[in-house]
Write a protein that binds this ligand. Sequence first.
Ligand SMILES: [Zn+2]
Ligand SMILES: [Zn+2]
Length: 159
Amino acid sequence: MATSIAEHHAVRLAHADAHAAAHGLALTPLRRQVYAAIVASERPVGAYELLAALEPERGRMPPTTVYRALDFLLAHGFVHRIESKNAYVACCEVGVPHRSQFLMCDGCGATVEIPGDDLADQLSHSGPANGFEVHRQVIELSGLCAPCARAARPVGGSS
Ligand SMILES: [Zn+2]
Ligand SMILES: [Zn+2]
């Protein structure tokens, strides 16, 4: 049975609420609103977009307010930061510690999280193995999602 997008978002919010309650995390109304806005977005969303999205409900807020909420959401694994876009996506597995890779569409901006520690661990170890001190590790792949790749290809072969 197909689940509507709204139901899907509600399930993710309910899961986040349960995770926060189980771990004594203060998912305050503002933090929850920021999280909900990220969940609702089909693509990574930046802090200023979040400010604009929340303005109808909360009025004009200083950016630091949203950044503090984002810091909380990042620290507790509710969201991930897409470094190359300076934007945020909702984590697909809140409550399960993991490292992630991301597939990002250059066409529509859709971003898919690929959780998995193997590749990330292998890369982390490659630094020290080469006498290199790693400060930041980001695995973000850009390209085209299936619908965008189909749209980019000429229909019927030759053109
Ligand atoms: Zn994740
Ligand atoms: Zn796309």
